[in-house]
Write a protein that binds this ligand. Structure first.
Ligand code: ATP
Ligand code: MG
Length: 141
């Protein structure tokens, strides 16, 4: 298990950007962690690293944003508002998993039973005002 410490929002953005180069398509990135722990900042970097040049904002109310035009399509989900497992299922999240794009899911605990076996799990936390940590949990099989 690896933990990375990020000392600024820019560091978090760079982490996403660097990680993007590892992606080949079809990956699901499950992002866990409380409000303000840096999940959206990470996805902003991810989108930029994939070559997407448009704006990346939190899909808190729209639930899903799709960013096309980069090396791979990126699907950005924020399931915070979906407390019921049925609501997550109705949203059709499974259509994104296993597709040709990359799917990044904020508040992924809401979709836990639906996540594919090969999911990259990243736990975000905020040990202080300006510091964040990201811990990767190995995929379950
Ligand atoms: N080291 C850091 N890395 C990332 N963000 C940081 C850091 N230090 C401070 N911040 C601040 O923390 C906040 C992170 O916000 P962000 O929207 O990325 O969180 P989030 O995990 O997506 O929250 P939510 O669950 O509400 O969607 C921003 O206001 C950012 O400026
Ligand atoms: Mg967010």
């Amino acid at each position: 298990m690896d933990t990375i410490t990020l000392n600024s929002p820019e560091d978090m953005y760079d982490l996403g950007k660097r990680l993007a180069s590892e992606l080949r398509g079809g990956e699901v990135l499950a992002l866990y962690g409380g409000m303000g722990s840096g999940k959206t900042h990470f996805v902003k970097g991810l989108a930029r690293g994939l070559g997407y040049t448009g704006e990346v904002t939190s899909p808190t109310f729209t639930l899903i944003h799709e960013y096309d035009g980069g090396r791979l399509p990126l699907y950005h989900l924020d399931l915070y508002r979906l407390e019921e497992p049925d609501a997550v299922s109705r949203l059709g999240v499974e259509d994104y998993f296993g597709g040709p794009g990359v799917t990044a899911v904020e508040w992924a605990d809401r979709a836990e039973p639906l996540l594919p076996g090969l999911t990259w799990r990243l736990h975000f936390s905020s040990p202080s005002e300006s510091r964040r940590t990201v811990t990767s949990i190995p995929a379950r099989h």
